[in-house]
Design a protein. Structure first.
Length: 197
């Protein structure tokens, strides 16, 4: 059991069902064939739809974060999303991050994210300054990648047609602990909140 004063790296997210993870794994294996050494692909088993990154928090704060998240979820019923389409931040020509998009009942998702932002503000977590863009990160380009390398990666990836669409029924949200190790991050669910009307 972690000690009360222990700091844990954590975030609030929607966990993905296996069929979505398998779909992302297939897409990544297809895109990895482009062989760009400056691209770091994510492990599809570790992908989540992050609603709020909390950073390092003391373990003793988990309880009050849990209560605030339950309040934020009140009145938001389960809703349906779909995972589909490729995009990039900051733009598709010079990407730093490659992602898969989210569509469907986005209004419910945005309300949930805004509620979480508001509920956690009194606990010292600043509201997000940038507008929330629902996405699942697939890859990050290393800092040293040149503009020409970014452009080459973008043209090879953006020409891939990702026509598949994977259903994502959102019924719970989770607080997840992220432990960074040399082999990659280990994710542990600390609590889950069920959505209900």
């Amino acid at each position: 059991m972690p000690h009360d004063t222990e700091q844990i790296r954590s975030f609030i997210a929607i966990e993905l069902p296996q069929n979505v993870k398998h779909g992302l794994a297939r897409l990544i294996s297809e895109l990895e064939g482009t062989k760009h050494p400056y691209v770091k692909w994510v492990n599809p088993e570790g992908v989540h739809l992050t609603l709020k990154f909390l950073g390092n928090i003391p373990f003793k704060q988990v309880d009050e974060i849990s209560k605030a998240t339950q309040e934020a979820a009140q009145g938001i019923p389960p809703f349906h999303l779909e995972v589909s389409g490729l995009g990039a931040f900051p733009n598709p020509k010079q990407p730093r991050v490659l992602w898969v998009g989210i569509k469907g009942e986005i209004d419910n998702l945005l309300s949930l994210q805004q509620n979480i932002d508001s509920a956690l503000a009194p606990l010292g977590f600043a509201a997000e300054k940038r507008p929330f863009t629902p996405h699942l990160t697939l890859a990050r380009l290393r800092e040293g990648a040149s503009p020409a390398e970014r452009k080459s990666f973008a043209s090879s990836v953006m020409s891939t047609s990702f026509e598949s669409s994977y259903p994502l029924d959102v019924e719970t949200i989770s607080l997840i602990k992220s432990q960074l190790t040399p082999e990659g991050a280990i994710y542990t669910r600390l609590f889950a909140v069920k959505l209900k009307v």
